[in-house]
Ligand binder design. Structure first.
Ligand code: ZN
Length: 128
């Protein structure tokens, strides 16, 4: 089986909302910066006041690799990419496609979710 995320006190709500089918982006309520990974204080100004804002769900594929040797639970070939969310932060995730050889840098992508047992993980699909 593919791995599932393990929450920490700082990431629990973020992962719980992903389990509910919602991607959020942490935002500092003091300086309005968006950031990822989720944490309890702002990496820009240090304020300990953070809120989770629903993400637009759109992004741009900044980089990717196509893995042809799959670890346990994965089926090759599959793509792993770095996506810049519309809100700014970057997220590394699976890029779900039947044709990984056709992926291109700068492609518009849209958030999706993959079921893994009782959890969900964020992945992306090329936007139509
Ligand atoms: Zn801040």
């Amino acid at each position: 089986m593919k791995p599932v995320p393990t929450s920490t006190p700082d990431t629990r709500e973020w992962f719980d909302r992903i389990d509910a089918g919602e991607l959020t982006v942490p935002r500092c309520t003091a300086c309005a910066s968006f950031f990822l990974y989720p944490r309890s204080s702002c990496p820009r100004c240090g304020a300990r006041s953070v809120e989770l804002v629903p993400a637009a769900g759109d992004g741009v594929l900044l980089s990717f690799v196509v893995n042809h040797r799959a670890p346990a639970g994965f089926e090759a070939p599959y793509a792993l990419g770095v996506v810049r969310l519309a809100e700014g932060p970057h997220l590394t995730a699976l890029i779900r496609t039947d044709r990984p050889e056709s992926l291109e840098v700068d492609a518009a992508v849209r958030v999706a979710f993959e079921e893994r047992g009782e959890r969900r993980v964020v992945c992306f699909e090329v936007a139509e």
